[in-house]
Design a protein around this ligand. Structure first.
Ligand SMILES: NC(=O)c1ccc[n+]([C@@H]2O[C@H](COP(=O)([O-])OP(=O)(O)OC[C@H]3O[C@@H](n4cnc5c(N)ncnc54)[C@H](O)[C@@H]3O)[C@@H](O)[C@H]2O)c1
Length: 311
């Protein structure tokens, strides 16, 4: 057993990871040699929390694990463990079973904790009782970073500044304006400007203009389609890392796939996967509008739709 090193533990759902959690963990690691962070998950409870939330999609355990891993990658002495809480009575009822499950993980890693860090005063007595170690309270009143994951789940956009940088791309609302190429491309750019965020260039147009000057749309082969899609996926990922709540583009994978099917009269698994893996939260088609509608009317109507989504 590793007994000499001072070992601390922290529990949480990190649903999602926010600056208050980060403060707790960064402050804890200053006081120990090694910190073990337990990511508590329970599928039915987590789904229920999602259903009651204002989040557009449900963060999975792998997302929450990744946020913790990535956020603390510069600390070699922080270890993240997934704690499956299935079958245990929900907090605050299952302390015996729950602490046994934690202890099993600690034993597997030959870890003997000396201190538990938390901001939950009401848990101190049970932590001391079930883990037989000291408890350090950090910012019980949450004066320094006044946020909770519950508040963020209710409305991620309202509390954007508290969501961890690494978790933000997950919450970015992706908006595609699809249709008359140049008109909607211009609109996507204008909207990104207004909402102070990122625009992702239309990968289809871009392919001819920048990536492959010699190509014209009629000479695209199957590999070109895959390349366009992959380049677009990469650009979306890059833009999402620094987008401010929203991300605009005039391109969606669904439309590219329809073009592909029309040209080659078959399915394509890669394009299908990209459609599933890059869902847009709002897709606005030019055919949603009356062809005689003015540019200004379309502009105003799109802004209204986005405002509703942001509320
Ligand atoms: N079944 C049981 O008996 C039992 C008992 C205890 C704990 N648990 C589990 O432990 C986990 C605890 O999750 P949670 O909801 O407390 O996690 P959480 O993700 O909301 O918070 C994680 C930690 O960060 C702290 N924190 C949150 N906001 C903060 C802020 N603004 N500033 C500073 N610190 C802040 C919390 O006090 C907590 O210590 C859950 O998975 C729960 O099921 C279960």
């Amino acid at each position: 057993m590793k007994t000499k090193r001072k070992i601390g533990i922290i529990f949480g759902k990190f649903y999602p990871l926010h600056c208050g959690h980060i403060y707790l963990i960064e402050k804890a690691i200053m006081q120990v040699d090694e910190l073990h962070v337990f990511l508590g998950c329970e599928p039915a409870r987590d789904l229920k929390l999602f259903e009651a939330s204002g989040m557009l999609r449900q963060p999975q355990v792998r997302d929450r694990f990744y946020w913790l891993k990535k956020n603390f990658q510069h600390h070699r002495n922080i270890h993240i463990h997934v704690l499956d809480e299935s079958g245990i009575a929900y907090y605050p009822n299952g302390w015996q079973d729950w602490s046994d499950r934690v202890k099993a993980i600690l034993a597997k890693h030959q870890v003997k904790p000396m201190v538990i860090f938390t901001s939950e005063q009401q848990d101190v007595a049970n932590h001391e009782r079930y883990f037989n170690c000291s408890v350090k309270l950090i910012d019980v009143n949450r004066d320094f970073i006044n946020i909770s994951a519950t508040k963020i789940r209710q409305n991620p956009f309202q509390h954007w500044q508290y969501i961890s940088q690494v978790a933000r791309p997950f919450f970015v609302m992706k908006i595609a304006l699809v249709g008359k190429l140049n008109q909607f491309d211009q609109l996507a750019m204008q909207l990104a400007n207004i909402f102070n965020t990122r625009y992702v260039t239309n990968g289809y147009i871009n392919y001819f203009q920048n990536d492959h000057h010699h190509k014209v749309s009629s000479t695209l082969n199957e590999a070109d389609y895959i390349r366009i899609a992959m380049l677009q996926a990469q650009r979306i990922d890059d833009a999402a890392t620094c987008a401010n709540k929203l991300l605009f583009t005039a391109f969606d994978f669904e439309t590219l796939y329809h073009h592909y099917q029309r040209s080659f009269r078959k399915d394509n698994q890669i394009l299908k996967e990209l459609i599933n893996n890059y869902p847009f939260d709002l897709v606005i088609h030019s055919h949603d509008f009356n062809p005689h509608e003015s540019q200004l009317a379309i502009f105003e109507s799109v802004i209204e739709r986005i405002k509703i989504k942001l509320e």
